[in-house]
Design a protein around this ligand. Structure first.
Ligand code: XMP
Length: 327
C-alpha cells in the first residue's frame, strides 16, 4: 500500500474520541519507528509543526529536539508563545535561536519580493543546518507535512518537504505523523493534545512572515511599526469576536511615506493598510464588510500608538485580481 495515500475508508477526524484514537495509534507507530533514537523538528509555531511537536513529546518525550528559529519576521509575541507552550508547559527539549540580526542584515536593501523570499528560505535552511550539525546522534527528521501538501507535491504544485534543501550528507529518515490528515483534522488533534486555541486556530501565516508585509526593502523601524499595527488589529478583532469568523487579517506597511500633520507641524510618515479576507481555499477571496466603528477604533489606536504612521487604509480588493498578500 502507498503510505502516502489516504485510505478510502479512513474516517474523518471530527471528534475528541476519534482524535484520541488517532493519537494513540500514532504514538505507538512513532515509538516503533524511532525506538530510542533522537528526532529533530523545525518548530515554527504554525499549526502543523506545533501539533507534530505535541504528539511527539507525548510519544518520545525529550528524544525529540525542537528547533525554533526566530527570523525576526514573526508577529508580536509569537516566538515567546512557542517557548512558553513547548518548553515551559510541555517540557520540550527546545532550542530557541534568535536569528533576527542575521536575517535582517541579509535582507537589507533587498526589494524584490521573490528575492526576499529566497533570502529568507535560504537563510532558514542554513541556520537549521548549522544547528543540526551541532547536535549528535540524530537519525530522524519530523515534519508537519499534511495531506494537501502531498496532493500538491504530487501535482507538482509545490515541494512538500518543509525543510527541503538540506545538504545530501544531512539526510534523515522522515517522521510525518499527520501526513494523511486534512487541516481541520490536524486542528481537532491539536485540541485533543491540549494545545491552546490561539495556536490550534492560528490563521495562515506565510513562511516569510512579516517580510512580505513590509513591502520592498525591509527596514527595522518600519518592521517594528508593522508588528505593532498588526498586534493592534489582532487585539481588536479578538475583542470584536471576529477570531475564526474572518479567515485571515493582517496589516501591511508599504515602503513609501505620505504627508501628515502632527502637533502643528508637517510629518512625512507611513500608511498602514488593513487587509482582511474570507475564503475557502485561498484561491479566491472576498473582503468582509467590517463594522465602521471597529475600523475607526483600529485606526485611532494605530495612529496614536504606532510611531511613524499618519494614515490607515482598508484594502477593499477581492482576490482576484488582487492576491491576499501584498507581495
Ligand atoms: P496570496 O497572496 O497568493 O496568498 O493570495 C494565498 C495564501 O498563501 C499565503 N502565502 C504564503 N504562504 N509562503 C507561505 O507559506 C509564502 O511565500 C506565501 N505567500 C502567500 C497567504 O498568506 C495566503 O493565506
Amino acid at each position: 500500500m502507498d503510505s502516502n495515500k489516504r485510505p478510502e475508508n479512513m474516517v474523518r477526524i471530527t471528534t475528541r474520541e476519534l482524535a484520541d484514537k488517532f493519537i494513540a495509534e500514532q504514538i505507538a507507530a512513532v515509538k516503533k519507528q524511532v525506538g530510542d533514537k533522537k528526532v529533530l523538528l523545525a518548530l515554527s509555531g504554525g499549526v502543523d509543526s506545533s501539533v507534530v511537536a505535541a504528539l511527539l513529546i507525548k510519544a518520545i518525550g525529550r528524544q525529540l529536539v525542537c528547533v525554533h528559529v526566530n527570523h525576526g519576521l514573526m508577529r508580536k509575541g509569537e516566538s515567546e508563545q512557542v517557548v512558553k507552550v513547548f518548553r515551559d508547559e510541555l517540557g520540550a527539549n527546545l532550542i530557541y535561536i534568535d536569528a533576527t540580526d542575521r536575517f535582517l542584515d541579509k535582507l537589507a536593501g533587498v526589494a524584490d519580493p521573490e528575492a526576499k523570499r529566497k533570502v529568507i528560505g535560504g537563510e532558514f535552511i542554513r541556520v537549521f543546518e548549522e544547528e543540526a550539525r551541532k547536535l549528535t546522534g540524530i537519525d530522524f527528521l519530523a515534519q508537519g507535512t499534511i495531506y494537501p501538501d502531498i496532493i500538491e507535491s504530487d501535482k507538482g504544485v509545490k515541494a512538500h518537504h518543509n525543510v527541503g534543501g538540506l545538504p545530501e550528507d544531512l539526510k534523515f529518515e522522515l517522521v510525518e505523523p499527520v501526513k494523511l490528515l486534512f487541516k481541520d483534522e490536524v486542528r481537532v488533534v491539536g485540541s485533543a493534545l491540549g494545545l491552546p486555541d490561539s495556536m490550534v486556530h492560528r490563521q495562515p501565516f506565510p513562511g516569510p512572515g512579516l517580510g512580505v508585509r513590509c513591502t520592498g526593502a525591509i527596514t527595522r523601524d518600519r518592521l517594528a511599526a508593522l508588528r505593532e499595527a498588526d498586534a493592534i488589529l489582532r487585539d481588536e478583532f479578538d475583542k470584536a469576536g471576529l477570531v475564526g469568523k474572518v479567515w485571515q487579517y493582517f496589516t501591511v506597511v508599504p515602503d513609501y511615506r505620505s504627508t501628515g500633520v502632527r502637533n502643528g507641524g508637517r510629518v512625512f510618515d507611513w500608511p498602514v493598510i488593513i487587509r482582511a479576507v474570507n475564503t475557502v481555499d485561498a484561491m479566491s477571496a472576498t473582503v468582509p464588510e467590517l463594522d465602521w466603528k471597529l475600523l475607526k477604533k483600529i485606526t485611532d489606536r494605530i495612529l496614536s500608538e504606532v510611531p511613524g504612521v499618519c494614515r490607515v487604509l482598508y484594502d477593499l480588493s477581492p482576490k482576484g485580481p488582487a492576491t491576499i498578500e501584498w507581495e
